[in-house]
Write a protein that binds this ligand. Structure first.
Ligand SMILES: *Cc1c(COP(=O)(O)O)cnc(C)c1O
Length: 354
């Protein structure tokens, strides 16, 4: 069945093992981040087998899908106040930055008779989530220490997501300072200091990460084999554990330049199209409803994606050495963005390969 997102479990497991071992040698445990593949249970399971110590996702609905797996579940996105009940029910640890929400979590945990662990996010300058590191964060921490059903399990930060800030030892240092200040003021040792996501891996390779850090949350590096500070491939990993396979539904010789007066395309944009004369054009049975074609990497390097619409992807195959036929399958490697789209689309068949 096509289009299909083909997921090679042994490659995911291999990638995870290579990276988890590297992190363990540097004193870091790894939470496997499942959001980019919508927490498909089989994939999360091989991550666990390869040594991650917990499974982390930004959505409670994804965490629920993992309920059969016996491991710690971590909610990465700051909880919505409307979902605190289900956070307490489904997550063992949640990332937080708003005192009013933490209070609601405390109330809910009390009702359920449990202690809920939180990791306090500190914004070190990437300007996504977290209490700004130059603000009065100790007020929030003091208030948390008063709560009976909340345990301040960790502090952490997230870089290279909104602002594109690359983690370096200097920018991460405030997290260590905060841990030390809490120890001094409250005689309380924060257990986890989390150094970030796949963009922090370059620091391990350079042996630059401070030894106080003991945790990373990794998604993209495990599934696609890339570190994300510089976009480099990680040694001894696969970048094709996830592949898109799509079927050719039309293959015809046509002009490259549209005939008639050009108005707007299906998305309201005025097309800019180069006249390259006659072309051999393939149409694939996949479209923008499933994936943004800018994020697809054709395995056949001699073909070119020239555009598409909601349900069609148009490819110039004029220069290909492959003698394509209608019904043939074309393969694409994926980026984070295209994997996210394809995993989320109900119209894309998910094929798991052991
Ligand atoms: C998505 C996410 C991660 C994982 O990021 P990758 O770049 O995929 O490794 C880690 N932490 C948080 C808070 C996230 O939202």
């Amino acid at each position: 069945m096509y289009p299909s997102l083909e997921i090679n479990l042994s490659k995911v497991k291999h990638n995870t093992k290579v990276i988890v071992d590297k992190c363990r040698d540097a004193g870091l445990e790894v939470y496997g981040v499942t959001k980019v593949f919508c927490a498909i249970e089989e994939v999360a399971k091989v991550m666990l087998e390869a040594g991650v110590t917990g499974l982390a996702d930004s959505r409670v609905s994804n965490i629920k899908k993992l309920s059969n797996l016996d491991t710690k579940k971590i909610l990465l996105r700051i909880p919505m106040q409307s979902e605190v009940k289900s956070v307490i029910e489904n997550a063992d640890l949640s990332f937080n930055s708003e005192l009013s929400t933490i209070k609601l979590l405390n109330d809910e945990a009390k009702k359920s008779g449990v202690i809920h662990d939180i990791l306090l996010m500190i914004d070190l300058g990437d300007l996504r989530e977290g209490i700004f590191f130059e603000s009065n964060f100790m007020d929030t921490i003091d208030a948390i220490m008063e709560m009976d059903h909340i345990n301040l399990k960790g502090v952490g930060s997230n870089l290279t997501c909104y602002g594109g800030i690359i983690p370096y030892p200097d920018s991460l240092q405030p997290l260590i300072d905060i841990k030390n200040e809490v120890l001094k003021k409250h005689d309380f040792e924060i257990e986890i200091i989390s150094a970030g996501n796949s963009s922090s891996i370059h620091l391990i390779d350079k042996n630059e990460l401070q030894s106080e850090f003991n945790n990373l949350r990794l998604g993209e590096s495990l599934v696609l084999g890339y570190e994300t500070a510089f976009g480099e491939r990680i040694e001894n990993t696969y970048n094709d554990a996830f592949l898109l396979k799509t079927e050719i539904v039309e293959l015809q010789d046509k002009p490259s330049y549209p005939i008639g007066v050009i108005g707007r395309d299906a998305f309201g944009n005025v097309p800019v199209i180069e006249d390259k004369g006659m072309m051999k054009r393939a149409i694939l049975g996949i479209g923008k409803q499933d994936v943004n074609s800018d994020n697809l990497i054709a395995r056949d390097k001699t073909i070119e994606i020239i555009g598409g619409s909601s349900d069609h992807l148009i490819i110039d195959v004029t220069n290909s050495e492959v003698d394509y036929k209608v019904g043939d399958i074309m393969e694409f490697e994926l980026t984070y963005g295209s994997l996210l789209n394809l995993a989320t689309s109900d119209y894309v068949y998910k094929k798991i390969i052991k």
